[in-house]
Design a protein around this ligand. Structure first.
Ligand code: ADP
Ligand code: ADP
Length: 228
């Protein structure tokens, strides 16, 4: 069984009465533990595909399933990381990270242990009580990553997550993300328009093309990475 099966997915929007085909006939199969980069120019439907997997949008045609079950609504098993972080500004780092398990009524000791584990994993132990406005962009994105991990995401959907960061911070986060991926065996779908970022991160690159959005190539990157 595949963690994700996307079959014949088309998404149409209507904008000011004009139809827009954001994505046409997309087929994609993802196996557990793959790090897939989706690349392509602006407007080729990358975000639309990610948002449908997240359950934020429903397809006009076709099917999306996770472990064989249709995905239709958002769920903690598919965590999204946005370019603009999307943290809760009124919650501390620890409360942002622990938000999902706490909201789902997990016992306090478990929430605290999970929070600590993932705050530590992204290197923010000293900042657990800080608030988002006190953090740099890179730190905010580390919180967002810890939050989806603490929420037991099996698939991490990342929409140009490092696009707003300076080059040095971006390189640090790319390296840290690969370390986390190698440790956790998470499945990652990572949207970028930067080919060099895709080559660095992915073990598989899916290329999309606009007008209408289509998947035009799907290639395995042959650089072997340490996996267990
Ligand atoms: P990408 O992420 O590759 O830049 P998007 O998935 O954001 O592409 O967009 C693909 C196409 O769908 C674009 O033409 C965009 O304008 C259109 N689109 C995306 N979301 C909507 C929406 N909610 N309403 C209307 N058009 C949309
Ligand atoms: P207080 O607000 O006085 O800390 P609570 O009963 O709200 O009391 O929370 C007790 C503890 O449980 C907190 O100190 C915190 O460590 C943990 N906790 C509660 N909610 C969350 C959360 N959303 N994320 C992380 N930790 C939480």
């Amino acid at each position: 069984l595949n963690i994700l099966d996307i079959t014949g997915v088309t998404k149409r929007f209507s904008f000011n009465g004009e139809p827009i085909v954001a994505l046409e006939g997309a087929n994609l199969t993802v196996r557990k533990g793959e790090f897939v980069c989706l690349i392509g120019p602006s407007g080729c439907g990358k975000s639309t595909l990610l948002r449908m997997i997240a359950g934020f949008e429903t397809p006009s045609e076709g099917r999306l399933s996770m472990w064989g079950a249709p995905v239709s609504v958002p769920g903690p098993d598919r965590g999204m990381v946005f370019q603009d972080y999307g943290l809760f500004p009124w919650l501390s780092v620890a409360r942002n990270v622990g938000f999902g398990p706490a909201a789902r009524g997990r016992p306090r000791a478990e929430v605290e242990a999970t929070t600590k584990r993932f705050v530590d994993m992204v290197g923010l132990t000293r900042f657990a009580d800080a608030y988002p406005h006190q953090l740099s962009g890179g730190m905010k994105q580390r919180v967002a990553i810890a939050r989806v991990l603490a929420n037991e995401a099996e698939v991490v959907l990342m929409d140009e997550p490092f696009g707003a960061l300076d080059a040095m911070t971006r390189e640090n986060l790319q390296r840290e993300l690969l370390e986390i991926w190698e440790r956790t065996r998470l499945t990652v779908l990572f949207v970028t328009h930067a080919i060099e970022e895709a080559i660095l991160l992915a073990d598989r690159i899916v290329v999309m093309s606009p007008g209408p959005g289509r998947i035009v190539a799907d290639e395995r990157v042959s650089l072997p990475r340490p996996r267990d």
